[in-house]
Design a protein around this ligand. Sequence first.
Ligand code: ZN
Length: 443
Amino acid sequence: MRSLPRRPLNVLAGVCLAVLSGAAPAAAQFAYRPAGELVTGSGSGRVDERVYAPGIRYPIQDAPSFLNSQVWGVGGNSGPSGSQCAARNFSYPWHDNFCESRSWDMPLCPSGTGHQGQDIRASSCMPNVHPALAVADGTITNVGSYSVYLTTADGTRFDYLHMGRVAVAVGDTVRRGELMGYVSNEFGGTATTVHLHFNIRQSVSGVGSVFVPPYMSLVRAYEALVAPPVAPTPRFRGEFVRQSFPLASASFEMTPGQILSGSIDLRNTGTETWRPGQTFLGTTQPRDRASVLAGPGWPNDHRAASVAGDVPPGMVGSFVFTVRAPGTPGEYRQFFSLVEDGVTWFGDDGGPPDDQLQIRVTVVPGAQASDAGSETMPLDAGDAPPDPDASTDRSLSAAGCGCRAAGGRAAFGGLGVTLGALALLVTRRRRASRGSHARARTP
Ligand SMILES: [Zn+2]
């Protein structure tokens, strides 16, 4: 079952890996070290998973982008010798450097001092080519020789340092995603490395207006930037689990007009609870008039059964009902789908109407069917001869696997429906693509 309530997040041996399949190749292996873990020797970090600025846009336009220290990275003052353009500086995992050793007053850092914000590299060390964007709607409240402040309506201040080609002026109002400038190395005359230094300043209860850890806010913003869209779990969705109707076999025979009882169980894979009298197994071909297989006890001509009891998300519900075999020789097929009365029809595959649960009945001309009469001649369920082969296990096996072969209905031909027999089978088909949206049909 593919369920996508959250993006995948694997925590392995202390390394947080956000697996982002489908993203740009360079972003496919996005990984980040935990918040508060600084490069060894660079200070004592603040372990703080809080997202201080939820919902912000990532401050650099494009992925990949890399959070790590300018000072402790390759080519930095305290880092390994080499070029600031070394590939190692442009690779995952990310590293927090909010509390990296500096002399700035930093009440939230263990030492009381720190770096104020986070160093961010774009996809390359080329200056003035990678756009830096507004992370939120706000007003430009400062443009200095190498710093730009963006202040939002709630008082949060976002600081962009070292940009080139600054595109905003004090007093400008900007919208989230709007161009602020370009990632560069401006430092008031003396160049620094090419990166964006990014601060978040907020009022923290009991502390006052301080620089807060931006790391997890940036992680979340980056995930939103590079992750494929995640479809929300639909409110109504079901997944076939098992059924108890006997399947076709050489030894299984029924009298035309006979009535069979059984059940189909489905798991609720949506987000809404199924309730008796509201959630039904409905007939979809047609659903506006009586089903040829409708048996005693159906709520109406196109509702085979109500769910037997409340079925919260994740649980399995039973739909217990009867079918009455038509008396006229021929092949009968009834498709089913779930229906939330007055809301929606739904299944688990998002496919066309025939791509669902179905019961197929074949009545071949034979002695028993010669004058079976109309469909209105009811027979007792007790008239059915026992079927030694109609075990639940076989039903599960055939329904779960045998009918999923390519070609769909053609697969039924191999199940050995015999002359003179009424063969009934319940099965389902799945499409290769397991779409997850409820059908948009009107109940
Ligand atoms: Zn910095």
